[in-house]
Design a protein around this ligand. Structure first.
Ligand code: FDP
Length: 322
């Protein structure tokens, strides 16, 4: 199996970017180790703090965030970072070529139950004419990402990453401590019989999504004429990984549970990186109004409607909104 650096060189990735990716991956190796040990030590449960989104922070979230932040800022490669766990962006090296947005541990409700969690990251070029402490640097559309990926801390620790030349799977080989290429140019099947959505929110959805999901549930007795199965890991990294492996549609649709917050998932460090990975694998990543990666961000913690996965199924879902 090919090692990471030659695989990236094969895709003509710039040397500076390779160095930054290696820095990110050094942090994920330590997080992977700490996640595996968390039930032995004092890293379980919650701290008493809430993050900017009003969610109670888990201790592992905090540890992972500190690790990521420190290693990235010390590296000198980044001009600034922005994290789910930080209120605002954090300035780095004024001459850093890149900015990184990340969710240090996605799927935090899975931490206590020893289930799937992961780290999601998104890299953009840093604008030269802006100061390192100017968080407006992060207001760049997803189609300008130069790299995106996630690391899944599952039975195997897996890296899924794109630099714009296809989406590739890597596996952490603990015998030599590096990531090895497991599958190049993953392709998401265009059709599927599997959907992922939090069904408990059904009564809060808009009518088109209610109708679409009802038709999936009706199976071969309804207009779709085929049966569908449902899967919900409750960690976006896990659900998107399944879609990348065998197809499916994943949605966190608009809902009316909280009038001030119609969407759940975050654009910069959840929807955009997953959109880049999926599109590079032949899938679609949309809102009911258009392509996720074309959204011009207005704030670093912006939330967005998400409908992504197998091409034909996403298109069918969107047809209910017309
Ligand atoms: P979490 O808050 O546990 O970190 O980031 C939001 C997220 O996880 C996604 O990973 C996941 O898809 C979703 O929330 C799950 O939310 P619910 O099960 O509460 O709907």
């Amino acid at each position: 199996m090919q090692r990471l650096a030659p695989a990236l060189r094969q895709d003509n990735v710039a040397l500076d970017l390779i160095s930054l990716i290696k820095t990110i991956l050094a942090a994920t190796k330590e997080i992977s180790f700490r996640v595996s040990q968390a039930h032995l030590g004092d890293l379980m449960g919650s701290t008493l703090d809430e993050n900017i989104q009003g969610e109670v922070q888990k201790k592992l979230d905090v540890v992972a965030n500190e690790l990521f932040k420190d290693i990235l800022l010390e590296s000198g490669f980044v001009k600034a970072i922005s994290s789910e766990e930080e209120d605002t962006s954090v300035a780095g090296n004024d001459d850093g070529k890149y900015i990184v947005s990340f969710d240090p541990l996605d799927g935090s409700s899975n931490i206590d139950i020893n289930s799937l969690i992961g780290t999601i990251f998104s890299i953009h070029e840093a604008p030269k004419d802006m100061a390192a402490d100017d968080s407006d640097m992060f207001k760049q559309a997803g189609h300008k990402q130069v790299c995106a990926g996630y690391v899944l801390y599952g039975p195997a620790t897996m890296l899924v990453m794109t630099t714009g030349s296809g989406t590739h799977f890597y596996v952490l080989d603990r015998t030599h401590g590096g990531y090895l290429l497991a599958e190049r140019n993953v392709q998401v099947p265009v059709d599927t019989q599997e959907f992922a959505v939090n069904m408990s929110n059904q009564r809060f959805w808009q009518t088109p999504m209610k109708n679409y999901i009802s038709d999936l549930i009706a199976g071969d007795t309804g207009p779709r004429n085929k049966n569908f199965n449902m899967r919900w890991i409750a960690a976006m990294v896990g659900d998107i990984h399944r879609v990348l492996c065998r197809g499916g549609i994943f949605t966190y649709p608009t809902d009316s549970k909280n009038a001030e917050q119609p969407y759940k998932l975050r654009l910069m460090y959840e929807a955009n990186p997953m959109a880049f990975l999926l599109e590079q694998a032949g899938a679609l990543a949309m809102t009911s109004k258009g392509r996720i990666m074309d959204i011009e961000p207005s704030s670093i913690h912006q939330r967005v409607e998400v409908i992504m996965g197998s091409k034909n199924e996403v298109e069918t879902c969107l047809s209910y909104y017309k």
